[in-house]
Design a protein around this ligand. Sequence first.
Ligand code: DAT
Ligand code: MG
Length: 193
Amino acid sequence: MRCGAPPRSVFASAPVLAGENRGPAKASRKRTVAATAKGCARVERTLVLVKPDGVQRNLIGEIVSRLERKGLRLVAARFLQADRALAEAHYAPHRERPFFPELIAFLTSGPMLALVWEGPRAIEQVRTIMGATDPAKSPPGSIRGDLALTVGNNLIHGSDGPESAEREIGLFFRPEDLVTYRRAGDAWAQGRE
Ligand code: DAT
Ligand code: MG
């Protein structure tokens, strides 16, 4: 079975979908990988936050819809207001930056939606859909390019690599919160895993 091809037993007339051949993931790498098929794109999990500005601006549905329509699979969701400890842990890599206090005040200022999404190269896919950190430098079509104006209020967080994804998912979710399942359309959207 080629990577990207739907199972023929289920979809007798299915088209052959384009698959990526990235080679097997490095065995030594710590990963948030749900599954890896030899010759197929690496399936990853990534943490997304619809940040407090996204909630206040009624953009939860818009943001979730964009990720869902992409074909990514939702594996966990939690609506919460982060306390200072959680916000500081989440943004710990930025602790020394001058904007850190402002960033923590913003992240704790209201509720947000924490999500885990899964799919082939999900970390990179979400970053592309998000756009650049600065909305002014984000292309049209991206969430920040279409919907945000300032760096401070840029609506969405997405993990920037496998190690940060694993760390961040662990801050917001317990292992048992992550639901493993397959949707009927996954063979079409995500290829064979
Ligand atoms: P991203 O959210 O694109 O991963 P980042 O990890 O570099 O960006 O920074 C985390 C958040 O910190 C970012 O979404 C908004 C805020 N931030 C980044 N750079 C900033 C700056 N120069 N001034 C104010 N806030 C900033
Ligand atoms: Mg970041």
